[in-house]
Design a protein around this ligand. Structure first.
Ligand SMILES: Cc1cc2nc3c(=O)[nH]c(=O)nc-3n(C[C@H](O)[C@H](O)[C@H](O)COP(=O)(O)OP(=O)(O)OC[C@H]3O[C@@H](n4cnc5c(N)ncnc54)[C@H](O)[C@@H]3O)c2cc1C
Ligand code: FES
Length: 281
């Protein structure tokens, strides 16, 4: 069933957009941590995207995506009033949220938007929420205002120091962990190297650390095996067993290897897409 785009916000023009979708069937059921899989066109690839927010009353969900290849570039061609061919969800296990005192939610790049829904869920459960967000520079920083509306503290890091603390999210997280002896959980969403660095940092602090794995997915319902990851020495399917896992147990090296498996084909198809649209390849 086609799903209408009610609103499009260009967060970083040409790179990252936020879409508000008319999807009451998903908004009613979606919980923090869930994702959707959408297709822009009949022959389009299936694109998994985290649900960044929901408004069950209005019947809408929000997604935020980074343009990294052909399918996300195709999605970026759609405007307010257009429709997405199909949006399937909510998928994946929702985040396990329980009262646990202080939770630190770490987001890097587009992962900040994905983390937003989870941080909101922890706040609603009565936890004290500290968010640590980071990007290369201030212009690429997402959701700072949105998080400030409910988080108890927003720690900002930028690589060039143009906003907040100069450095990486791990520098901000280390500062918080050194200061706060009673952090109940750290949740990290962002690029794989970032989530791996967070898990390595929290290990000696002995803090429960949850990461959300963006492995390559096709069906999203546990049938194809594309999304398999190794966690605690066991094979898991990120779409149905996750996408959230204990960061201290994830085999990140295997994950990186699998994510890069189709690199040559992905580069070819994006170059062809840009050639057909008269853009530079
Ligand atoms: C559960 C989950 C939630 C996600 N949430 C978000 C989100 O909220 N925002 C966002 O910007 N991105 C998110 N992603 C990643 C997003 O799905 C990919 O960036 C997108 O599919 C890339 O497609 P492409 O054709 O534009 O790029 P391609 O050129 O095809 O691929 C670029 C890179 O994206 C990854 N990728 C490609 N195809 C897939 C696929 N089918 N599934 C997963 N990763 C793929 C690979 O690492 C690849 O190297 C999520 C992925 C998963 C699994
Ligand atoms: S995407 Fe097919 S099993 Fe997970």
């Amino acid at each position: 069933m086609p799903v209408a785009i009610l609103k499009k916000r260009r967060l970083i023009p040409g790179q990252t957009s936020e879409l508000t979708l008319d999807a009451s069937h998903i908004a009613r059921k979606a919980r923090p941590g869930n994702f959707v899989i959408l297709r822009v066109s009949e022959k389009g690839e299936r694109i998994p995207l985290t649900i960044a927010d929901t408004d069950p009353q209005a019947g809408t969900i929000t997604i935020v995506y980074l343009v990294v290849g052909k399918s996300t570039a195709e999605l970026e061609t759609l405007e307010e009033g257009d429709s997405i061919l199909d949006v399937c969800g909510p998928l994946g296990k929702p985040t396990h949220i329980e009262p646990c005192g202080t939770v630190v939610c770490v987001g890097g790049g587009t992962g900040i938007a994905a983390m937003h829904h989870i941080a909101k869920g922890h706040k609603a459960a009565g936890n004290r929420v500290i968010t640590v967000i980071g990007s290369r520079c201030e212009d690429l920083l997402l959701f700072k205002e949105e998080l400030s509306m409910f988080a108890d503290e927003v720690v900002v890091t930028t690589n060039d120091g143009s906003c907040g603390m100069q450095g990486f999210v791990t520098d901000g997280l280390r500062m918080v962990l050194d200061r706060e002896p009673s952090v109940g959980e750290v949740v990290a969403i962002g690029p794989v190297p970032m989530m791996e660095a967070v898990a390595n940092l929290t290990r000696p602090y002995n803090v429960k650390t949850t990461v959300s794995l963006n492995s390559i997915m096709i069906d999203g319902i546990g049938m194809c095996g594309a999304c398999r990851v190794v966690v605690g020495g066991e094979v898991k399917f990120a779409c149905v067993d996750g996408p959230e896992f204990d960061g201290h147990q994830v085999d990140f090296a295997r994950m990186r290897q699998r994510l890069a498996a189709f690199k040559p084909q992905e580069e070819l198809s994006w170059a062809e897409f840009r050639r057909l649209r008269g853009q530079e390849a």
